[in-house]
Design a protein around this ligand. Sequence first.
Ligand SMILES: Nc1nc2c(c(=O)[nH]1)N[C@H]1C(S)=C(S)[C@@H](COP(=O)(O)O)O[C@H]1N2
Ligand SMILES: [Mo]
Length: 435
Amino acid sequence: MNQKKERGLWELYLKDPEKADAEIWGRKAEPFSRRGFLKRTGLTAMALTIGSYIPFFRNMPSGMIPLAIADSNQDKIIKGKEEITVLNDRPVNVEPSAHLLDDDFTPKEKHFVRNNGLPPEVEDDPNQWTISIDGEVHKPLKLNLEEIKKKFKHHTYALQLECGGNGRAGYYPPAKGNQWKFGAVGCAKYTGARLKDILEAAGLKDSAVYTGYYGADLHLSGDPEKVSISRGTPIPKALDDHTLIAWDMNSEPLPHLHGFPLRIVTPGWPASTSPKWLKKIWVRDRIHDGQKMSSYRVPKFPVKPGSHVSVEDMAIIESMPVKSLITNPQTGGSIPQGNLFDIRGHAWAGDRYVKEVHVSYDFGATWKKAKLDNPINQYAWQNWKVSIQLPKKGYYEVWARATDSEGVMQPMVVPGWNPKGYLNNAMHRIAVTAF
Ligand SMILES: Nc1nc2c(c(=O)[nH]1)N[C@H]1C(S)=C(S)[C@@H](COP(=O)(O)O)O[C@H]1N2
Ligand SMILES: [Mo]
């Protein structure tokens, strides 16, 4: 269909929707489902769904679905996380929409929660909470929180935590597990001791290669013999200055859902390596083989979507890939045409830094460089912002893409499929209408 005809149909639709429908489909239009929509692309179909003309429609990648706005059917609420979407309440898994992550440091009310099991009951006096450090160490230790606070230097860093499965909802065929969209990420300020200082107090043997972490949460079955999750990292990551045994989040004791009274924060790596309700650190002479160590893996080579990949052909995920989020405005908003307005958000890149962020509002035809801040410390996300002006009335999408310090950029579409749906760092898009 040519542009003139498309536009004509759109104008007809505004005057007489039934007649326009009849011209487009030869019958009454049906409400669009996500799937039905894919079959009937074409400008008018899209515009009808969105309810607005699309000035840059010629640039739209074919088959790309415009963001037809939030499907928030909030029927469950978790106390202390009232604003954010509940994916599951047993175990608790909640995620905020992107615009709720606008703060420089994520408040506890808006930080996602990912539980694999049932949080333990914790007594009110956290000082007696005891952890053990054993395995490949010269001096196995048992330390309670009071001793940890007294013996080791305190450090506060803003640290970015992202679930390895953030973005899983974008994969097709779908992977099992929580269908996270964009919100399984946060950057809060954590206060604690360096894990490094504690491991050094225990004295690592030459045979130490990996950590194995255990939390006090209960397996979903309630069986105390079963472990819901036990992950770890190679020793060099555990010795990073920013890997903390943390007791405070944003200058308050860790909330119960985030691991009160003690958790490890391994920033920049899948957040599954940041155990909550920490009880034990087992220093291993081999790659840890705890519960879920074999799950957080991706194929070593590209695979056909939907295929089975054996564990030997998968590699354990380490640093998370470069990614960005548009936190303002909220998707679905409207803005006066021709007015300058701010687009802003955060960007992060696992163990790397973010070098540049670019924004497009014409479906990727042109890009504008954003002003990007340095992180307040390594592993904090970086804030960015840019002013744009939408040239005329209609529907737009704002896309953001970050490039890391090694020159690696976010993909425009969902990256290589993997069986568990990890590491989707496709660009974030929001829908904006100019009036
Ligand atoms: N003990 C324990 N630690 C855990 C988990 C868990 O289920 N139990 N989930 C992990 C996963 S998969 C993620 S993504 C992060 C989520 O941290 P948050 O709930 O504080 O956001 O915690 C990690 N630490
Ligand atoms: Mo996770």
